[in-house]
Design a protein around this ligand. Structure first.
Ligand SMILES: [Zn+2]
Length: 289
């Protein structure tokens, strides 16, 4: 599975979101599938998968009015720079500042399961991929401020150890994901199974990426229907086929185009935008904390 790890360790392309290839409202096919190698995933196709129903109190419409920040790894002060990662101190300062300014930080699950629509100052912090840094470095911050974050997880990367030479990335252990979830700090959602681009996959491959990831996460966390009820597309990439298949199994789909509070509508399907950092979202003024 070297292709996935390379992809995650050195080259999260934050500019490679929906906007790059949606031109005048027309979806352009991505060429990324030409580079993919999915030969390793065939053996894990499962045919017995059914999407579980989700709770009545779950209201995905609420998510459309909330700025959603899309982050990645959280690293200590002494670790080497890692593209797309936040340092503990930086994240702590930003969260502290937002809370002081009256912002309410909630997970996507909390927002959508609420009985009332989110208020103006609600924002969601989401973290993509599958990093052990979430458990070591993010969880203590979530505990400190008593907030919940959404993790968009690739279950195919759980328990796969450490990868990389100059910059080493350790993938999350499933027992630690479970611990953070059981303690009520991790809202666990899907980021596909293996982090391959979903554009250009066969229907069977697409179903595996979308449905097996959901199934594995729900099995791990006790068949909670609000686990993996939402999906964020790897690299922010999608097309009609991806939207059609994903919308059959997930309540809400997330892109990654740097927009705040922006919903892209494709026929009857909608994709919620995310932006790359708290600073970029222009929310509050973290530097004044
Ligand atoms: Zn990702």
């Amino acid at each position: 599975m070297i292709y996935q790890r390379k992809d995650l360790s050195g080259s999260i392309d934050l500019k490679d979101g929906g906007n790059d290839w949606v031109i005048n409202g027309i979806l352009k096919p991505s060429l990324s599938h030409l580079q993919r190698d999915i030969s390793d995933t065939g053996a894990r196709v499962r045919n017995d998968i059914q999407a579980a129903p989700i709770s009545q109190t779950f209201n995905p419409e609420y998510l459309k009015n909330v700025p959603v920040i899309g982050l990645h790894n959280v690293i200590t002060e002494s670790e080497p720079n890692q593209h797309g990662a936040n340092r503990v101190s930086e994240l702590d300062t930003q969260i502290s500042s937002l809370i002081k300014q009256g912002y309410k930080i909630q997970s996507l699950r909390q927002i959508a399961s609420s009985n009332t629509p989110p208020d103006e100052k609600t924002i969601a912090l989401t973290f993509d991929d599958c990093y052990q840094g979430w458990y070591e470095n993010l969880l203590p911050i979530l505990k400190k401020y008593d907030i919940q974050a959404t993790l968009f997880v690739n279950p195919g990367l759980l328990d796969t150890g450490t990868y990389g030479e100059d910059v080493q990335i350790t993938y999350l252990n499933s027992k630690d994901l479970k611990d953070g979830y059981n303690k009520g700090y991790f809202d666990v959602q899907s980021h596909s199974l293996d982090h391959v681009s979903l554009v250009g996959l066969s229907k069977k491959e697409l179903q595996e990426q979308l449905l097996t990831s959901q199934k594995v996460l729900r099995e791990l966390l006790g068949d909670d229907p609000l686990v993996a009820s939402m999906v964020a597309f790897p690299h922010g990439k999608y097309d009609w086929e991806v939207l059609d298949e994903a919308s059959k199994h997930y309540s809400t789909m997330f892109g990654y185009d740097g927009q705040v509070r922006n919903i892209k509508q494709y026929g009857d399907k909608s994709v919620v935008s995310r932006t790359y950092s708290i600073k970029q979202a222009g929310i509050g003024n973290p530097s004044l904390s």
